[in-house]
Design a protein around this ligand. Sequence first.
Ligand code: AHM
Ligand code: MG
Length: 336
Amino acid sequence: MQAGQTLAEYLQSQRHVMPEQDAKALEALLLKVAHACIRLTWLVRRGELAGVLGAAGQENVQGEEQKKLDIIANEVFIGSIETSGLLAGFASEEMDNHYPIREDLTRGQYLLTFDPLDGSSNIDVNGSTGTIFSITRHGGSDAPVDADFLQAGTEQVCAGYCLYSSASMLVLTLGDGVVGFTLDDERNGFVLTHPNMKVPAQTSEFAINAAYSGYWQPPVKRYISECVAGSDGPLGKSYNMRWAGSMVGDIHRILCRGGVFLYPLDERMIKAGKDGKLRLLYEANPMGMLIEQAGGKAHTGLVPIMDIAPDSLHQRVPVIMGSAEEVDLIVSYHLN
Ligand code: AHM
Ligand code: MG
């Protein structure tokens, strides 16, 4: 692996880390994913000029207002990959049910779960957004059913995201570390620029939506109040806070310079019968795999995220992930 490689060159150089039966198909699949991310980059960049801003006027299965770009991104992803012969089916944050590959098309051995446009509230204000994806295996040649998608995070073959920001970056793991590629407009492709992304074990930067502090549970209240107390407080150091409003933006920053990201369970959610805000299959698992492959940790406060056996496609979980020692500290507050 070396900086300057194209995505295709990098994937070829990584055949040894993929099981032999996977190597060529996974390479082809990831190139299709990258192609979809490039198409989305152009749409996100053109914004209002492409007519993609604003609300779609409908809600997704989770009762959240969909933006035009949520729906367009979902269509771009499916349209770019469904005829590839590499997938058995998709499941997406923006679709009520999974989407099996049509009978008349060749069915492949993988399942793709994805959040087409994460950070939807940033779309109309030209803030950072992203696409998050996770690839698992599909045993057999039958059309997949919901249960086939309900695999623990530890079963992921590959996970990644594309960040649409001042540059577009594709960040991925094949289970052997984390690498980042930057979209080179001149070559119309992704070029390896971040060959070994690592999350430092310690940090003094946290990311949480503080508007909900009145609803936080005691362990999170305790941790954030100790951060805010700074060098005179029990943690003995000054903290900085960042909140991108897009998990992709926040996790990308943590992969670049460390930090901890929290979207915890709070009293509002409990009242509404929800187990968290972020979705296990489309957000928490793929981001958890990336963070752990970069040396960090991903936890709910009670269990490691990737150990959870999913029980439904749109399951939500509390999320605490980032620098290992900081996550350990927050988890210790949950357990005591
Ligand atoms: P989305 O997938 O509908 O965009 O929702 C997920 C996003 C995350 O990217 C981000 O961390 C979080 O929701 C922001 O939530 P809030 O608006 O409560 O700050
Ligand atoms: Mg999302």
